[in-house]
Design a protein around this ligand. Structure first.
Ligand code: FAD
Ligand code: DLZ
Ligand code: SF4
Length: 513
């Protein structure tokens, strides 16, 4: 008799709580590739290949250390297609006296596993996922009684508690946040550094071939697969980032440039989310670069804030608000997602670039996700379920706990103001300032109306007018609404009609609800 220990596809960490106190002589680790997880959304091919390759290598790693592993492959005979089903099969021989697992990241699967646990008469020990820096309990204590749950204040508490970038009780450099130094447009002579990518080895190539064979209709190309699939590879990519890239991270954090997907970004989200890199360790090592004088504070603080602040915060919000959060649609958005989100076939240069690199790499950086595809979906009024589905499918780092507060919260305001204090709606001027897209675009970023005008401009005022009843009282939108009021009723009607024509033209049509 021993324990059956479940390790999920995004739990590939040596220190995982489910693997603690493992008895190599008696216990068995279960890992299973299942159709249920691979198809609950039709994930990008690179995302499935990444997870399968990383799972296979993690299983081999455990075995090489003397741990017995039951590894179920996606096309193994008898595979039930569900995690709970695979747990059930592994328990059939009656060898185990208990089941041990680490809580899972998504509400959907957590429910299924809780139901599984209830239906058994053997104990199921569901342990905390302490790879996160902030526990559920800690987040709830922070949130309790607050009217507004702003990331910035959460982040400051996390800085104090972890002592990261602190000078006693004060933030290093006298400020918590250096974002105002991090808003460079592209400028001439922009030359992003060359990045370390990992060429697929035999195991990864086999995983890619399995995906091409079993999921041929899924979105995305696999030819340029370059993601780390082991802790060692993830470490190599992160070490290269620390040495050569981090110093420029702050300065170029919000900049977009055609045909340059990586810029100065960390390219670490897939590895952290899978468990190949530890988030606190990543923050500590970035802070050490500042302390050693090798990277400036605006870069290091900006990078640490994304992980210690945003990443922990969105996870806290997800679990605090789920499952109700998943149904929010504060702006009553009711349109379909235009087809060019999948095909990339659009004359909008910014969107075509973001979708193209997303197809090729299952990656886009934060500002592309927020201000190009996210902003456009909000301005068009695309239903949040369709927006969520797209983000969950297309990015290799997407898991609902991190995707949803970013999409439904930060990017589209569908959560009604939990994550952000106002919608991040922007016209073409923002994209023009932060990118080199507009020069090569068929649309005119300076024109406000008509077929040749930048669609972001055509949509922007109509979005505000359409949502007047929902947003007019938001103090952070007082300025644009004052301008809108100044236009007078006739012009306002014309702006609504302009936006409507643009929505039709781009194929955002009324959705069957
Ligand atoms: P860097 O720019 O180098 O940032 C460093 C790290 O900070 C990231 O690896 C990530 O772990 C963390 N981080 C940065 N921003 C955020 C954020 N807003 N929320 C949580 N963590 C953050 N990130 C995901 O991991 N999965 C998602 O499904 C996801 N969906 C998103 C959807 C939208 C609409 C938006 C606006 C953002 C989303 N993000 C998501 C956050 C962010 O875009 C990615 O984490 C980042 O682009 C990953 O690339 P990187 O490692 O090069 O990041
Ligand atoms: C995302 C994913 C995919 C595509 N496939 C598997 C799988 O076959 N087996 C598995 O254990 N996990 C997979 N995952 C990750 C899970 O979906 C993830 O653990 C949950 O969504 C919780 O975050
Ligand atoms: Fe995008 Fe408008 Fe610029 Fe074209 S003009 S690249 S659509 S912001």
């Amino acid at each position: 008799t021993g324990a059956l220990r479940l390790v999920l596809g995004d739990q590939l960490s040596d220190g995982l709580s489910a693997l603690r106190d493992l008895d190599a002589g008696a216990d068995l680790v279960l890992m299973a590739e299942v159709m249920g997880e691979a198809t609950y959304v039709r994930h990008h091919k690179q995302k499935i290949a990444l997870i399968f390759a990383a799972m296979r290598k993690f299983a081999a790693r455990l075995r090489s250390r003397g741990t017995e592993v039951r590894y179920v492959r996606i096309d193994d005979e008898g595979n039930t297609g569900e995690i709970a089903g695979e747990l059930g099969r592994a328990l059939e021989n009656g060898r185990f006296e208990r089941v041990v697992m680490t809580e899972c990241g998504e509400w959907r699967l957590a429910e299924a596993l809780a139901a599984f646990a209830q239906g058994r008469d053997l104990p199921v020990d569901i342990r905390e996922d302490d790879r996160f820096i902030c526990s559920h309990d800690r987040f709830r204590r922070w949130a309790a009684g607050k009217k507004e749950l702003r990331m910035e204040f959460f982040y400051r508490e996390m800085r104090r508690e972890t002592d990261l970038l602190m000078d006693g009780k004060a933030p290093v450099g006298g400020q918590w946040n250096f974002d105002k130094d991090n808003r460079n447009g592209p400028g001439k002579g922009l030359k992003p550094p060359k990045r370390l990518r990992i060429a697929p080895d035999e195991i990864t190539r086999e995983a890619i071939a399995d995906v091409e064979r079993l999921f041929p209709g899924h979105f995305g190309d696999t030819a340029d697969f370059g993601w780390p699939t082991t802790a060692e590879e993830a470490e190599a990519v992160f070490a290269a980032f620390l040495k050569d890239i981090l110093p420029g991270f702050g300065e170029w954090q919000d900049t977009m440039s055609a045909g340059r997907p990586w810029m100065w970004h960390g390219m670490v989200s897939t590895s952290i989310n899978l468990g190949l890199l530890d988030p606190l360790e990543v923050c500590r090592r970035a802070a050490a670069e500042y302390e050693a004088g090798r990277a400036p504070l605006n870069a290091v603080e900006g990078f640490v804030r994304q992980i210690l602040g945003w990443r922990e915060y969105v996870r806290g919000i997800y679990w605090l608000k789920a499952p109700e959060y998943r149904r929010r649609n504060a702006l009553d958005a009711d349109r379909t997602l235009p087809w060019f989100y999948w095909s990339g076939q659009t004359d909008m240069a910014c969107v075509a670039d973001a979708v193209g690199q997303t197809r090729d790499h299952a990656y886009a950086h934060h500002i592309q996700r927020l201000m190009v595809t996210g902003n456009l979906a909000m301005l068009l009024g695309v239903h949040p379920d369709e927006v969520d589905d797209w983000y969950m499918v297309v990015y290799a780092d997407a898991y609902e706990w991190v995707e949803m507060p970013n999409t439904r919260g930060m990017a589209t305001y569908a959560d009604g103001g939990i994550v952000g204090s106002k919608p991040y709606a922007a016209s073409g001027a923002y994209i023009n300032r932060m990118s080199d897209y507009c020069g090569g675009c068929r649309y005119d970023v300076k024109a406000k109306a008509g077929e040749g005008a930048c669609p972001f401009n055509r949509l922007y005022w109509g979005f505000l007018e359409r949502n007047r009843g929902r947003l007019r009282d938001n103090p952070r939108l007082a300025m644009p609404y004052r301008s809108l009021d100044g236009f007078g009723p006739e012009k306002r009607r014309a702006l609504l009609a302009e936006a409507e024509a643009c929505r039709e033209r781009l194929g955002a049509v009324k959705r069957e609800m």
